[in-house]
Ligand binder design. Sequence first.
Ligand SMILES: *[C@@H]1O[C@H](CO)[C@@H](O)[C@H](O)[C@H]1NC(C)=O
Ligand SMILES: *[C@@H]1O[C@H](CO)[C@@H](O)[C@H](O)[C@H]1NC(C)=O
Ligand SMILES: *[C@@H]1O[C@H](CO)[C@@H](O)[C@H](O)[C@H]1NC(C)=O
Length: 442
Amino acid sequence: MTRCTFYKLFILLCLSVAIICCLNGYFIHYLQSTTSQRELVESRKHGPRPYASRTTNLSHNPLAEKNNAHLVQAAILHKAASLKPVFRNKNPIYFKLKQPILDTFRLKPYNSSTIWRTVNAWPKRNEVIPALELRLGSVLAALQREPIRGVKNSRRGTQLKLVLELPGPQHVLFKPRWYQREEIINGTVYSGKDRHNAEIVSFHLAVILNLRSAPIAVGRSISLREHLPLVDDELRQTMLVIDNRQCVYGSCHYCRQSEPVCDDPITGTLEGAVLYTIPGKLVKYRSPWQRTYDTERKAEWETNGGYCTLVRRKLATETLLDLIDAAVFDFLIQNGDRHHYETRDERLLLLDNGKGFGNPFVDHLDILAPLYQCCMIRRTTWMRLTTFSGGAMTELLREIDRLDALQPLLTEAHYLALERRLLYVFSTVELCRQKHGNKLFK
Ligand SMILES: *[C@@H]1O[C@H](CO)[C@@H](O)[C@H](O)[C@H]1NC(C)=O
Ligand SMILES: *[C@@H]1O[C@H](CO)[C@@H](O)[C@H](O)[C@H]1NC(C)=O
Ligand SMILES: *[C@@H]1O[C@H](CO)[C@@H](O)[C@H](O)[C@H]1NC(C)=O
């Protein structure tokens, strides 16, 4: 080989390498841009992105800034469009868990003389039921079918609730229906009256997410007229007949004679959620992320991006992690009304979920503030959330909901909203992970 041919070959080789490198770079760039565009389109198809901002600078992490709520929220929405496939596909673990969870919800026979002793022995700290407890189906059946022996007004909370006495005696709460399923609640995140279906679906969702600290809830229709003889004197004074229908308005902060609930003119019954009363001493605390309930005035957590530092000084880590679990749960159901939280043995209970599922077309991202301000979450909660990725969460929820006497419990739009919001939880944690690495998992 002459020296000249050698140089020619060498130059040719260099040129080829250079061309291949350029092409590779170009294709990688092309692939990245098309995938992210495709994901953006996909995410648009899956629902409205009301806060999405094109102007967000994504080369830095807004979690690092003070007073950054709108930036953080825009970043969460943006990130959701480019989540890794692991967050969009079903997790193999789901297929092993689905049937065992569903089986716990199937109605089963029960023994009236022992059922309440059984369920009242279950609560341990804030866990109301044991994991994968097959006798749950017996408790659900008892809550739905045991005869009513007495009816009175509940003193708890600000909205109309009845206390039903079942044989035992076992007292349970009854939250009546105010809205049709397809009704959309407008206004603030805390607008409207309690949704009885929200209480029932919240219980189902809590069990799916292994947050077994929501009260056992089941749908039941009762006849006010038929039970009139069992109503105590105080409640009876708030009962009236309108257009031949038996109605009640109760006595509570928001109870008005002009706003009663009534037996349905066709079925003669009133739908509601029956809620198991959790035994033991419950202690109530003001939530650090309480709203001002005044559109003119913002709370400190709404204006101070570093708010979590203040909370961490005051609260035990366990309590803070409970509040973050609650924030994720409340964000999924869109309950923005947890102004106080109740604990049992110092651990948080998920009581009062009736403000959930008001508007399936709106996602109030600020309910996630405890998560994105503190950037920490229990590893177990995170594992559980990712177990139900890719549509699994609502697939199972729908099957559980179908077992309830009042099914369908939610409209299609609400199930879609739940999946959309789950992606936002994933993208929030991913943003935190970018900033803090895996030490965000506790
Ligand atoms: C985006 O943020 C980075 C880091 O803060 C900064 O260097 C860059 O100039 C910003 N880009 C734009 C377009 O604002
Ligand atoms: C229900 O439980 C009681 C008390 O343990 C028992 O005496 C009774 O036989 C049981 N009833 C049925 C139908 O199993
Ligand atoms: C909320 O707004 C929607 C759309 O504007 C309307 O259809 C619906 O009736 C409103 N809901 C209530 C409870 O007023």
